[in-house]
Design a protein around this ligand. Structure first.
Ligand SMILES: NC(=O)c1ccc[n+]([C@@H]2O[C@H](COP(=O)([O-])OP(=O)(O)OC[C@H]3O[C@@H](n4cnc5c(N)ncnc54)[C@H](OP(=O)(O)O)[C@@H]3O)[C@@H](O)[C@H]2O)c1
Length: 252
């Protein structure tokens, strides 16, 4: 059985909603100390109201795009406040359907900022040996199935997610010598506010039903993704690094 203890301190961004929230809640229920970040203080507080051990869940609201250069020192400040970190899950982000005719440089930059650059700057702060526990520490990036299986309209999102999947293997090589494992998840469609707002709600009803039917085990639940993230953060996965795990319920 997977368990953590209070010295397993794990930073989860995007923890106010959807997948990040499910990860934060599962980690907290299993005994880890969770530093939970998101933009909305209110949504973070709602999340904490649902958690098993509120005394081990700390809220750190931050818009990750406001001062990106400061992200490594933000991680350091969290270490000063809570102690050395054992895990990092950069989960904050949003999606976008954008065909080529609507390609826009500013939009593309903002997607790379949140899905790649912010995640890398957080990883940089985490990998500073003063901020992590060394052997036993783990990073789990939240990628997507989008870069692995081409789908119209997702060029910006898929490219930004592809960048972090590419970095996963590279960082696993760079950080193995200091005992940090690095893995990524590549989920298909998961039932979250983002999936509804940025994707499903744009589909005509017939297309929407087709999309749902293409998942033989149904659309993912945030908890399905959280279970794998928790495993990859735990000691039970101590021999796994540099991997991207596809979670898509056998999508056709
Ligand atoms: N749902 C899917 O089908 C699916 C599939 C594959 C991958 N993913 C990935 O999974 C991750 C989570 O998505 P989700 O579906 O759980 O979405 P969600 O329910 O909309 O949650 C997104 C989270 O990211 C936070 N966030 C967004 N922009 C931010 C910023 N600039 N600074 C700080 N926090 C920010 C949000 O904070 P606030 O709530 O405070 O605004 C929220 O906590 C994303 O990286 C997404 O690309 C999702």
């Amino acid at each position: 059985m997977i368990t953590f203890n209070a010295n397993d301190r794990i930073l989860v961004t995007g923890a106010s909603s959807g997948i990040g929230k499910a990860i934060a809640l599962q980690l907290n229920a299993l005994g880890a100390t969770v530093v939970a970040s998101g933009r909305s203080q209110q949504r973070l507080e709602e999340m904490r109201a649902q958690c098993a051990h509120p005394d081990a869940l700390f809220l750190e609201p931050l818009d990750l795009l406001t001062d990106m250069d400061a992200l490594p020192s933000w991680v350091r400040s969290l270490r000063e406040q809570y102690g050395k970190l054992s895990g990092l899950v950069p989960c904050a982000g949003t999606a976008l359907i954008s065909p080529l005719r609507e390609f826009d440089r500013t939009m593309a930059t903002s997607f790379f900022d949140i899905h790649y650059t912010a995640a890398m700057l957080l990883a940089k702060g985490f990998a500073d040996r003063r901020n992590n526990v060394g052997r036993g520490a783990a990073i789990v990036f939240i990628g997507s199935r989008a870069p692995l299986v081409a789908q119209a309209g997702l060029s910006i999102y898929a490219a930004a997610k592809g960048a972090i999947l590419a970095a996963t293997g590279v960082l696993s090589k760079e950080l193995a010598s200091v005992g940090i494992r690095v893995n990524a998840l590549a989920p298909g469609l998961v039932k979250t506010p983002m999936a509804e707002k940025t994707y499903l709600s744009f589909l005509p009803e017939e297309r929407r039903q087709e999309e749902i039917a293409s998942y033989p085990f149904g659309l993912g639940e945030p908890e399905d993704v959280a279970s794998m993230a928790v495993f990859l953060l735990s000691r039970h996965s101590k021999w796994i690094t540099g991997q991207t795990i596809v979670l898509d319920g056998g999508r056709y």
